[in-house]
Structures are given as structure tokens and as C-alpha cells.
Design a protein around this ligand. Sequence first.
Ligand SMILES: Cc1cc2nc3c(=O)[nH]c(=O)nc-3n(C[C@H](O)[C@H](O)[C@H](O)COP(=O)(O)OP(=O)(O)OC[C@H]3O[C@@H](n4cnc5c(N)ncnc54)[C@H](O)[C@@H]3O)c2cc1C
Length: 407
Amino acid sequence: METLFARSVEDASRLLKLTEDDRKLFERVEAACDELVLPEFERYVERKFNEKIPEIIKKHKLMGIPISKKYGGDGARPLVHALTLERFGQLGLGVITYVDVHQALGSLTIQEWGNEEQKQRYLTKAATGEVVLAYALTEPEAGSDPSALKTTYKKDGGNYYVSGSKYLISNGSVANKLIVFALPEGQQKGVTAFLVDKDASGFSVEMRMEEKMGLFTSDTSLLALDNVKVAKEDVLGEEGKGLSVAYAALLNGRMGIASGCLGVMEDCINQVKERVTSRTQFGKPIGKHQLIQRHIATMVANLESSRWLVYQVALKKEEYDNNRGNLEMRTEVDRVSAVAKYVSSRAAYNTADAAVQCFGGFGYSILSPVTKHLLDTRVARIYEGTDEIMELKIASTVLGREFEAYK
Ligand SMILES: Cc1cc2nc3c(=O)[nH]c(=O)nc-3n(C[C@H](O)[C@H](O)[C@H](O)COP(=O)(O)OP(=O)(O)OC[C@H]3O[C@@H](n4cnc5c(N)ncnc54)[C@H](O)[C@@H]3O)c2cc1C
């Protein structure tokens, strides 16, 4: 097992008793990472979506890690799930985006908000990878403020008809089921979440958004919905309660992104270690120069300080999972997941920047093993809640809800 990750597993085992199943799961993740590392780098250089991500994750039966065993998943506890994402994160945020969107924003949302029939219909298939999920909230005019959605729905007979566009949607053109949020036509309130089929008439991928500064190996798409028919059985959660569904999904998603950022930092440290012990300047390995050691110390401090925040989220999330309906616990998970996502994404970006610095001129080449992380991690400070929205959320937990500056 990769060394820094092995240390994380050891630390986790001090926090909770890892089972034989958990250890076998880590072995499967390790095997998938070994297979993915090369194609992931190749697709990054080619600036292409990495089609090997779904193929290899599915092959190692890793699509359903957090899904309950009852629906065919591994039923991994939140800390175990976080650890698997930490390991995938070493490959970069392209892999994490695919996995986190499918597992945290998609599967866990259906598990939490779906009725039994929806879970039997979709969750069992999400666990095998037959169903791949996306989460479509953002629109050209509604990003940080989802109450400004322009996508609308109308009811006719027993069905719903959804129209609008969804912007910057990860897995948008590779998913076959999408959680789409829309407002009732002519109204400003009452957002509803729908499970939309990619083959439904009126649904189309307008564009694969490939002109990104990084995250090339992840699919990001612009979607159009023109009177897309959705059966009433495919309303997720109660009609009109879609924003609660959307926010709950992000709570799970943020833990995933933060976990992935830990892996990014681990890979940066590993790559820098190799480079600074082999590259010689002024007659000695550059790792013997004290200012290079300062970069390494900063990278390690970034990793360690973020790591415990993520584990804290996982433990509190499990406590809340066992006490659903406890609002105080939910608020606490919301708070710590915002802190963990905010700190880890900045830490990962700064760590990747320090890694590029240690690589010198080669670090400025897209072919160095760390430049990808610098390009990819920038997005972690934007998606699933920007730095600023996280700051406002965190500040309001101290000042009180009446000071919430982002609603
Ligand atoms: C690669 C990628 C993948 C994505 N994947 C998905 C996905 O799968 N599903 C999905 O639904 N969305 C996805 N997104 C969208 C992402 O969640 C949004 O980009 C993000 O929420 C910000 O919204 P916005 O881009 O409209 O920026 P805006 O909301 O327009 O914000 C612009 C700037 O203004 C700041 N700002 C806004 N409001 C306030 C305020 N009240 N106080 C202070 N500052 C404020 C923001 O922090 C930001 O700095 C993705 C984005 C990217 C780049």
C-alpha cells in the first residue's frame, strides 16, 4: 500500500475499528489506482476525458463504496469512504470529480431522499455502475445562488415537464441518470429535484466544455432540457423541497472533495521527495538546501492540518447518519464539512504550487508529475461552494443565522 496512505489507514484505525472488509476494500482501491495512474496522466496530456475511470472503477466493483449493502454497495462507513477518496485523490481531482459526483452527490442523495422503489430501481444499479449519476444544479445565471434558477417545470396529468439549461455539469455527458433541480413555472419558490433519464426526449448535451484551465480528465457539460417528461415516480424527495435535497447532497460532496484534496497533497509530497533527492544543484541534492526543506515542511503541515478536519467530518457524519432528524447534529456536519472543504482545497492548491516550485523549470512543463495538480486543484476552491460562500457559511456559524450573508 502507498506509504502516506498506509499511515492514514493506521491513524483511522485508532479512530474506529477497521474490519477485514474495509482492508479488502482498500486493496481493491489500490489495485484500481495502479491501473488508472498511467491512463489518467495520458488523458491529461491529451486534454481528454479519461474513459478508463468508469471502466476501471466498475471493474474493481468500486462504484458503490458508500451505498448500503442492502442495495448492493460496500456499505462503507463515512471515514472508510473518505479514506478511499483520499487514495483516489493521489491520481488527481479528475478521478475524484467522477467518483464524488456519482457516489456522494448522486448515490448518497438517492439513498437519503429516495423512496424504497427509487432505491431498488436506481441505487442497486448505481452500486454496479449500470447507472452513472450526475448532479445538475448550476445554470448560466444561477451558481452560488440556486434560488435564481431559470429551469422550470410544469405538471400535466400525472407527469412533469422540465425545461431549461444546466451549466458546468460534471459527468453531464457520461451519466445516464441526472438529478436535475427546477422551479415550478412562473414561481420563485418551490424548487423540486427530479431524476432525469439521459435518453428522455428533449434532453441533450449542448456542449462538452473542454476549454478548461485544468480538470481535463473529468467530463464537464452544458445540458439542455426542452420539455423533458419526468414521471411522478421520479420526483426525488418531496415536491417543493428540492433545495433541501441540493444542500444535503453538497454536504456529502464537500467531504469527498476535501478527502480527494488530501490525496493530491500526498502525491505532491511523494513526487517532490523523489525529485529533490535526485536533482543536484550547487554540488548536492536540492533537498539538502534548507529553503527546499521549508517547502516540504509547509506541504506536510498543509496535509496534516487538513487530514484531521476531514476525519472529524466523517466521524460527525456517521453520528448524524445514526441520528437522522437531529437538526443540531446536521448543522454541525454542515459546519465542519464547510471548514474541511475550505481548508483542504486551499491547502491542496498551495501544496501543488509549492511542489511546482520544487520542480523548478520542469515544474512549469505540463509533463511534470505535479503541474496537473496545480491546474486541477484550482477548481476545488470554486465547485461545491466557492471559497467566499464557505467563508460566509463558516462566519455565520459564529455570528448566528441572522448574519447569514449569502442567502
Ligand atoms: C469544472 C467544474 C465542475 C462543476 N461541476 C458541477 C456539477 O457537477 N454540478 C453543478 O450543479 N455545478 C457544478 N459546477 C458549478 C459550480 O458549483 C459553480 O461554478 C459554483 O457554485 C460558483 O457558481 P458560479 O460559477 O455561477 O459563480 P458566481 O456565483 O457567479 O460567483 C462568482 C464570484 O462571486 C462570488 N460570490 C457570489 N455570491 C457571493 C456572496 N453572496 N458573497 C460574496 N461573494 C459571492 C463567488 O464566491 C465567486 O467568487 C462546476 C463548476 C466547475 C468549474
